[in-house]
Design a protein around this ligand. Structure first.
Ligand code: PLP
Length: 341
C-alpha cells in the first residue's frame, strides 16, 4: 500500500492521543471465503491502551477541554463502556481527573469490577453507578455532577455518551482522508463499502461527513447497528452531521435518506451478543489472526459476512471493514467463548 500522508482537519485543534495512521491490511483468507475483496482498517490499533475508535474522537474533545482549562472529564456509558475506559486513560495520560457514570440495573448493588469497569478504576477514574432511569436523563445528571464539581473548585468538562458530538465526529472526518490516502488507486476510484459498527453514531457521522468532504462519491459507509434500529441511527447520525454543519458551515449536508444502516444483526441488544457472532469471532481469529469483539465489531463483521452472500446485500464486493476495537469486551463472554467450539 502506498505510504499515507497524515491527514489534517483544519476545523478544530486536536491533541495527539492516537497512533496514526493506523494500518490498512488485506484479510488473508476470510475475505476470499466470503467472495469479497476485504481490507481491515485497523483502528483497533490506535493505541491509548487499546481505545479503538474512541482515541480519534478524544483527540478533538480533549483539545477543547484543555483549551477551556478543564481539570476533570465527566462522561457516561454502560458498565462495560469502551468509551468510558478510553476517557479514563486519556485523562490519566493528560494529567486530568475522570469521573464516569456507569449504568447498572441497581446502583445500590454495584457489580464486581471486571474488564472495562476494572480498567476505569485502574486508571484512577471515579465511578458513579447510575440506574437505567437516571441514565435516560444522562445529560442532566452529568450537568448536575459538573455543577457539584464546580462548587468544589474544579473545572469539569462533560463528554457526551460515546464521545459522540459534532466535535468528536471530526476524528472520523480525518480518518476518511487517512484511509483514502492509504488505498491503492483502483480502490479509490471504484465502488467501495466502508463497513462499521454503529453504537452511538459518532463514528458514522464522521464517516458520512468525511466521504463528502473528500468528494468521494464511490465510497459508501454502511453502519451495522449494535443497538436500536436503522431509523434511530439514521436520525442520530444525520443529527450529529447537522450539529457539525451548524458549527462549521463549510461542511456538506448529509441527508438522512443517504445514510445506510443495517439493523439485522443487533441480536438481543446493547452489550449483548449472539452465538453466530461468537462463532465468527472464533473463525476470524483462526482464519485471519485478527481479534474482534462480541458486542460491536463481531456483530458488524457478521453483518458483512451475511450480506456478502445476498445479491446486492452490500453496495460493492470491495469492502473496507473499519475495526473499531473493543477487545476487552471479550472477557465478560469468556465462558460462552470457551464453551463454543
Ligand atoms: C464505541 C464503539 C463503537 C461504536 O462507535 P460509535 O461512534 O459510538 O457509533 C464501535 N466499536 C467499538 C469497539 C466501540 O467501542
Amino acid at each position: 500500500m502506498t505510504p499515507p500522508t497524515p491527514p489534517t482537519v483544519h476545523l478544530a485543534p486536536r491533541v495527539a492521543l492516537a497512533r496514526l495512521p493506523t494500518p490498512l491490511e488485506r484479510s488473508p483468507r476470510l475475505g476470499a471465503e466470503l467472495g469479497l475483496e476485504l481490507l481491515y482498517k485497523r483502528d483497533d490499533l490506535t493505541g491509548l491502551e487499546l481505545s479503538g475508535n474512541k482515541a480519534r474522537k478524544l483527540e478533538f474533545l480533549l483539545a477543547e477541554a484543555e483549551a477551556a482549562r478543564a481539570d476533570t472529564l465527566i462522561t457516561c456509558g454502560g458498565v462495560q463502556s469502551n468509551h468510558c475506559r478510553a476517557t479514563a486513560f486519556a485523562a490519566a495520560k493528560r494529567g486530568l481527573a475522570a469521573l464516569v457514570l456507569l449504568r447498572v440495573p441497581d446502583p445500590s448493588r454495584p457489580p464486581a469490577l471486571e474488564a472495562n469497569a476494572l480498567l476505569d478504576r485502574l486508571a484512577g477514574a471515579e465511578i458513579r453507578w447510575v440506574s437505567h432511569d437516571e441514565y435516560r436523563r444522562r445529560a442532566e445528571v452529568m450537568e448536575a455532577v459538573a455543577a457539584e464539581r464546580r462548587r468544589a473548585g474544579r473545572r469539569p468538562y462533560v463528554i457526551p455518551e460515546g464521545g459522540s458530538s459534532a466535535l468528536g465526529s471530526l476524528g472520523y472526518v480525518a480518518a476518511v482522508a487517512e484511509l483514502r490516502a492509504q488505498l491503492p488507486e483502483a480502490w479509490r476510484t471504484g465502488p467501495l463499502t466502508i463497513a462499521y459498527a454503529a453504537g452511538s453514531g459518532g463514528t458514522g457521522a464522521g464517516l458520512e461527513l468525511g466521504v463528502r468532504v473528500a468528494g468521494w462519491r464511490e465510497a459508501r459507509p454502511v453502519g451495522f447497528a449494535v443497538c436500536n434500529d436503522a431509523a434511530y441511527f439514521r436520525a442520530a447520525i444525520a443529527g450529529l452531521c447537522a450539529d457539525a454543519r451548524r458549527r462549521w458551515p463549510e461542511l456538506p449536508e448529509v441527508p438522512p435518506a443517504e445514510i445506510s444502516v443495517d439493523d439485522g444483526f443487533i441480536g438481543p441488544g446493547y452489550a449483548q451478543t449472539t452465538d453466530e457472532a461468537l462463532s465468527l469471532i472464533r473463525h476470524a481469529a483462526r482464519a485471519d489472526g485478527v481479534l474482534f469483539d462480541p458486542v460491536y465489531t463481531g456483530k458488524a463483521l457478521l453483518g458483512v459476512a451475511r450480506r456478502a452472500s445476498e445479491p446486492g446485500g452490500l453496495p460493492s464486493s470491495r469492502v473496507v471493514f473499519l475495526h473499531t476495537g473493543g477487545a476487552f469486551g471479550l472477557f465478560p463472554f469468556a465462558e460462552r467463548l470457551a464453551r463454543a467450539e
